[in-house]
Ligand binder design. Structure first.
Ligand code: SAJ
Length: 408
């Protein structure tokens, strides 16, 4: 039987809020903490501030049960889970200021026997170094009076609630007892296996997962460039190569976005750039893709003045069927086309693009009088668009499917 605990979760973003809600529905008393009034108000009213399947329902259940309350400051608890952002600085090193502030914010509430868990993605050594140092300012002996662990989140946006429960978890303690204590918390909702290790190994494993994906996508993007040069279809090449039982190449695209894969590999590189040329090269290949795509468009319209060319852009988010625009290559490409003087019409079904000064044009009118259609995001609703019929109506239209969802 799992013992019900009071758990304070600092940071109610993409990870903190689903984790808080699920723990609340398992009977724990959850104190959710965030500095953002909009998030607090949304949750109080039982709504999700982010677009994620079924999260609204889960939050409503958690709030209605009385087990989830939200506040601007922490309160005493048995365990504290820190889920704050770790963006990178201009020099691509991790900005740990949010982690540090979150650690400082719980100091007044810590007591002997408490557990502090970090879930934010961080460079290896952060939990045993920076975080343990901040926690030691409570006067409690870290590892003896108070337990500290790193437990990386591994959920895929768009499938967060499923993966939160079904994925295996890595739990890294600053000592074995810290790992055991943290495992107790995750055991109350995780159906996958829970693997115990030390905090630094757990931090590195998390970065390795996202870097592995980044390197694989970079390989696909490099293949795309060479196949374009040769005049052959990269998606056909990859799908044929993937018929080999030990080959699994990911998909080329307009670049890698989001707040994880486009950021985390740099946290490995910052440890020692000389030892990590492959990870660095992969990041650079993926970062080169937006310019590569705008280059293809410029090349097609090199005889025209950009102001005489109208382009329909499909999708602005960083990936399919989410509302997240962070580090989005699609947004980057669109802004670049606008800056170059093209007339750009946008369709984006999920994100609130009005806040960027854009309007989403409905799909039934966006293709009128355009010289180009550029598919930047493989949102499900775009799969039913038939490029053949677009070409029938507008034979000179330049159609560029950067995601390979429209069969030739
Ligand atoms: N992308 C491609 N080609 C592909 C797959 C993805 O170009 O074949 C692009 C996407 O369009 C997007 C970017 O890569 O711009 C990242 O998308 P993603 O779906 O690969 O990953 P994220 O960033 O949404 O979530 C990742 C996941 N990590 C792994 O799959 C190893 C998730 O499990 C992590 O929890 C998450 O990062 C995180 O928070 O770290």
């Amino acid at each position: 039987m799992v013992l019900k605990k009071t758990i304070c979760i600092v940071g109610l973003g993409y990870i903190g809020l689903p984790t808080a809600s699920i723990l609340a529905t398992k009977g724990h008393q959850i104190i959710g903490v965030d500095v953002n009034d909009n998030i607090i108000n949304c949750v109080k009213n039982g709504h999700s501030p982010v677009c994620e399947p079924d999260l609204d329902l889960l939050i409503k259940a958690a709030v209605n049960s009385g087990n989830l309350t939200v506040h601007k400051t922490p309160s005493p608890a048995d365990a504290f889970i820190i889920c704050v952002p770790t963006p990178f600085l201009d020099n691509k090193e991790a900005d740990l200021s949010f982690v540090e502030k979150a650690g400082e914010s719980i100091l007044p509430y810590l007591k002997k026997g408490d557990l502090v868990i970090l879930e934010s993605t961080v460079p290896p050594g952060t939990t045993a170094g920076l975080l343990a140092k901040v926690i030691s300012r409570s006067g409690l002996k870290v590892g003896e009076d108070i337990y500290v662990a790193f437990c990386p989140e591994r959920v895929l946006p768009g499938r967060i609630l499923i993966e939160l429960v079904s994925n295996d978890r890595i739990v890294g303690g600053i000592n074995p007892i810290s790992a055991e204590k943290a495992k107790e918390i995750y055991s109350s909702f995780v159906e996958g296996n829970i693997f115990l290790t030390d905090a630094t190994t757990a931090e590195m494993s998390k970065l390795v997962e996202n870097s592995y994906r980044d390197v694989n996508i970079a390989f696909a993007n490099e293949l795309r460039k060479i196949c374009d040069y040769m005049g052959i279809d990269v998606w056909e090449v990859i799908s044929l190569a993937n018929r080999h039982p030990r080959v699994n190449i990911l998909n080329p695209g307009p670049g890698v976005g989001g707040h994880c894969i486009a950021v985390d590999p740099w946290f490995i590189v910052q440890i020692n750039p000389t030892l990590t040329p492959l990870i660095t090269a992969a990041r650079n290949v993926n970062d080169s893709m937006p310019d590569y795509i705008t280059g293809l468009i410029n090349n097609r319209f090199k005889q025209d003045k950009p102001e005489d060319v109208t382009i329909a852009v499909l999708g602005l988010t960083y990936k399919a069927d989410v509302d997240d625009l962070r580090e989005s290559p699609a947004l980057h490409i669109t802004q670049k086309l606008i800056a170059q003087g093209y007339n750009v019409k946008i369709n984006e079904p999920h994100a609130h693009i009005e806040k960027l000064g854009f309007t989403s044009i409905p799909l039934d009118t966006i293709f009128n009088k355009v010289q180009a259609v550029i598919l930047l995001v493989n949102h499900s609703i775009y799969k039913i668009i038939d490029p053949e019929s677009l070409l029938k109506q507008n034979p000179n239209c330049f159609i560029l499917d950067t995601r390979g969802i429209w069969k030739k």
